[in-house]
Design a protein around this ligand. Structure first.
Ligand code: ASP
Length: 317
């Protein structure tokens, strides 16, 4: 039995803010990410490989706040965070505040495989990735006009006191993937540029095990999106697993309770993709939309950005 789920962040723009062609392309990229992960799972590859491959596709897309076209901090610079976790042995790898790694999730995977640490930070993490032969870029690679405009808008709002009126999409986003492989292993990966106009040096929940990511065989794998400070304080991803392990809640009840009760109580936009040991995928969110998609154990592929879900057919194994 294999299955995979992804999210592209809960900071989705209102429908009228992008053209039909752009929405189509964003959804196509979600489909590409799912197919990349599924193709590996179908060949018997580990869930860890599948979530990494899916996140790489999302990092390379301009529509999501991770990798290419990610958020800018107060200094107008990019600092990216990413993580990956293996539910089989509870191994994890993460990088934070990196500036030159084209696909930060690949560096997170190298940290996991290397095994000497769980989280590497800043220029040392960049240097580690380079030494591992991972593709590096100039920081300008991540900059797009969309993010430059978003930063300018948020700085203007900060100045005129209208920051509370900023929409979720102006601020943030993240990408993530969860998967179940043929051997019953669960894995998760998360990658982000964080928040537009975030303080320089700020690290969010994405590289923090238990906060923006968690995976444990026999229970669940989770990847979160939303204001990271609250995910860290609530240990949100681990909370889904804890509810399932200790309170015997189903994946659906646990994930819904964390997003709609615990996180929503802090008045933040929040969402997650989560999968259980039977390959069931859930994608709760409390914003107007969340880029998301999944392939069921039967191979049925679905993607969505807002309420409406788009069935893209059945993948063969
Ligand atoms: N969780 C991310 C962070 O706080 C942002 C997001 O998902 O919107 O860095």
């Amino acid at each position: 039995m294999i299955a995979i789920g992804i999210h592209g962040g809960c900071g989705t723009l209102p429908v009228e803010m992008m053209s039909t062609a752009q929405w189509d392309e964003a959804r196509a990229h979600l489909g590409d990410a799912l197919r990349a992960g599924w193709a590996l799972l179908a060949r018997g590859a580990p869930a860890l490989d599948a979530v990494e491959a899916a996140v790489v596709v999302l990092e390379d897309s301009p529509y999501f706040n991770a990798g290419y076209s990610c958020a800018l901090n107060t200094d107008g610079e990019h600092e990216l965070d990413a993580s990956i976790m293996d539910g089989a042995a509870l191994r994890a790898g993460a990088v934070c505040a990196v500036r030159r790694i084209r696909n930060p999730v690949r560096a997170a995977r190298a940290v996991l495989d290397h095994g000497a640490s769980v989280l590497l930070a800043g220029s040392a993490a960049d240097a580690f990735a380079q030494a591992q032969g991972i593709a590096m870029v100039e920081p300008g690679y991540f900059t797009t006009e969309r993010q430059v405009l978003a930063l300018a808008r948020l700085k203007a709002r900060a100045e005129d006191g209208t920051i509370a009126m900023a929409g979720e999409a102006e601020k943030h986003g993240t990408v993530g993937a969860v998967a179940l492989d043929a051997l019953g292993n669960l894995a998760a990966a998360t990658s982000t540029g964080g928040f537009n106009n975030k303080p320089a040096g700020r690290v969010g929940d994405t590289p923090v095990v238990g906060a923006g990511i968690y995976a444990r065989n026999g229970v669940c794998a989770v990847s979160g999106t939303g204001q990271g400070e609250v995910f860290i304080r609530l240990v949100a991803s681990y909370d889904v697993a804890a509810r399932m392990m200790y309170a015997r809640q189903s994946l659906e009840s646990a994930a819904n309770a964390v997003v709609h009760d615990a996180l929503s109580a802090h008045r933040i936009g929040a969402g997650m993709v989560a999968i259980d040991a039977a390959g069931k995928v859930v994608t709760p969110f409390n914003t107007i939309g969340m880029y998301r998609g999944w392939v069921t154990t039967e191979g049925d592929l679905t993607v969505a950005s807002h309420k409406e879900e788009h069935r893209l057919g059945r993948l063969v194994r």
